[in-house]
Design a protein around this ligand. Structure first.
Ligand SMILES: [Zn+2]
Length: 235
């Protein structure tokens, strides 16, 4: 029988996970604190348990280079994605060494380059690698990150991560605010690493991030917790 798109199960050849309907590119997005990295590790675990082999990638993770970490304490070694890294070559190099790569877990994908998102799409289309990308959609100004925009444009599936984050007022927290010296920032570089440890503050300005509802992002009202420190992270 010839496999067809209308028969999604017909391409699953018994015993060979490479003979499938082709890979897919999926993008999971949400504000910080919504559990994206936790979901990324769960996704890796689920696939590995089925005998699949994957690579975990991240960039500028709070735990430092080469590690994917989560706020709830999970972590895993990861390939650090520098701006010059060609993700196609990364995978093909593994294959050349006899290492299977069936899927990629791409955390902090909003901080990849647009070229790297194109490379991920190439891997899906030409090599049947499944790509699961996780990241922020928008920056502190509520503008799309270029890589996130490209993922929205190219992904087979786009999913807002459902773990709810609340603004201080109790509304759903949808947007990341950059707080510089206690006030919401409206301009600046798109990526600035915030203070991740308030006990050792050696950055010139106090930069942190806070998830707000749209109303309070627009008004810049940080709520009563603004004076207490609290949520420190990078965006
Ligand atoms: Zn609010």
């Amino acid at each position: 029988m010839t496999p067809t798109d209308s028969d999604p199960d017909s391409c699953v050849a018994a015993g060979d996970s490479r003979l499938r309907r082709g890979g897919s590119l999926k993008f999971f997005y949400g504000p910080m604190d919504c559990g994206k990295s936790t979901l990324a590790l769960q996704m890796d675990y689920n696939h590995a348990r089925q005998g699949r082999h994957g690579l975990v990638l991240t960039t500028i993770d709070r735990a430092g280079p080469g590690r994917l970490s989560t706020r709830i304490g999970l972590g895993k070694e990861a390939v650090e994605v520098d701006t010059g890294l060609d993700l196609r070559l990364l995978v093909r190099d593994r294959w050349a060494r006899g290492i299977r790569v069936d899927y990629l877990i791409c955390d902090e994908a909003s901080f990849y380059t647009v070229a790297q998102i194109e490379q991920l799409a190439d891997l899906v289309d030409t090599s049947d690698v499944d790509v699961y990308a996780f990241g922020l959609a928008t920056d502190f100004r509520t503008s799309l990150f270029p890589a996130a925009q490209r993922l929205f444009e190219l992904a087979d599936e786009v999913t807002r991560v459902q773990v709810e984050v609340l603004c201080w007022c109790g509304r759903p927290g949808l947007l990341n605010a950059r707080i510089v010296d206690g006030a919401i920032a409206r301009e600046g570089d798109q990526v600035v690493i915030g203070d991740t440890d308030d006990s050792d503050d050696d950055t010139p300005a106090d930069v942190r991030y806070q998830v707000l509802c749209r109303r309070h992002h627009r008004t810049g009202d940080l709520g009563p917790a603004a004076r207490t420190g609290g949520q420190l992270r990078l965006v």
